[in-house]
Design a protein around this ligand. Sequence first.
Ligand code: PLP
Length: 462
Amino acid sequence: MASGKIPYKLILDESEIPSAYYNVRADMKTDHRPILNPATMQPVSAADLSPVFCDELVAQELNDRDRFIEIPGSVREIYKMFRPSPLMRAYRLEKELNTPAKIYYKYEGGNTSGSHKLNSAVAQAYYAKKQGLKGVTTETGAGQWGTALAMACSYFGLDCRVFMVKVSAEQKPYRKAVMETFGAAVTPSPSSTTRIGKKILQETPDTTGSLGCAISEAVEAAVTTEGYRYVLGSVLNQVLIHQSVIGLEAAAALAKYDEYPDIVIGCAGGGSNLGGLMAPFMGDRLAGKRAPYFIAVEPASCPSLTRGVFAYDFCDTGRITPLAKMYTLGATFIPSANHAGGLRYHGMSPILSQLYHDGYLDEARAVPQKAVFDAATLFCRTEGTLPAPESAHAICVAIDEALKCRESGESKTILFGLTGTGYFDMRAYMSYNDGSMSDQIPSDEELAAGLSALPQIPEALR
Ligand SMILES: *Cc1c(COP(=O)(O)O)cnc(C)c1O
């Protein structure tokens, strides 16, 4: 099909929502190292995880065999309310950049929660309800995950308790209000409602909080409340499995127009949207077929892939979770209060980490905040969608790649993930617009401090 015929929106219909998630782990050449119980240094078993997570989600977390996992009918029904999400051709951005590149983006911000996180929230709430649980606890950084979970819990009639990173709760009071409107209880973290929160407040009373710290509180609240489990919106294998719907839909829509990406770009906080967007294409790579060049984009203020180490670490600041082998800045690293709250996490999905370590995820790039907002603004003015600051990291690199094509004259096909809307991030845009935004990049000394606190792991297990 001639490129001129490709519409702005590459539409799929409801019946084309995938009927199964894709589990890339089944195809990986080297599986990621097992998650360890920090008390025994043994791989965690389903029995270790079941006091914390729902049973079905534990099974998915440990599933390294099934390539496809059926999407339950009730989950697909709810997906129909906001999926398939649009795959857009960025014609106006291409024109503005005067590039021969073709730029596509998969827009996940069209639902009320405003991001891709609803894809996993709906699945997780469904499995919790199916197990007969009363409620779930979680943490939220920027607020997108908490909002998505609050929505999903309201669909299935589950209680929802959200620990929200303090700086985000202060910067984004409207996010909190949306969660409360959907019936969730929201607590700024660190809080004095948990033992670990009290301890963190005692040690660092002025802390602005972090995702790692909110995770500690949410896990503690789940295991100490009858009928509750903890759910997590990123990093875990199960979340990458759910987010594969993004990539499966994108691949199907592109295939209708005989298109296939040369470059796939996603922002990476805990790695779930990128893991999901690239999943089917990574499947191609692992099968030895034609595959794109994959780029993960992270903030220069929290550069786990580009400046972290590949090591076992805790998933939370309070050091109560199991240990995962991943790229990490150290669980005690608290990034500066930059505006991409959803990317302020010290670690990276073990699946993505392993793929990066083995060279299948080709490249990670760290970008500073002001360049990200330059890109966000250009995108907003050309494409008309106001992006979340997290998503704008991917836009920034997509623009750079498109400009390289202008230099070289190559007409590459670029696909990036536009993970969310920026409507709840107007403070960030205000600080960019009035010139008060700064770039905060951690020094080598600051990073060394975080890394010096990594847990000691017996040689044989590393
Ligand atoms: C949470 C979030 C991210 C980062 O999380 P990943 O797990 O890396 O995808 C990116 N964009 C938006 C809009 C988010 O809400």
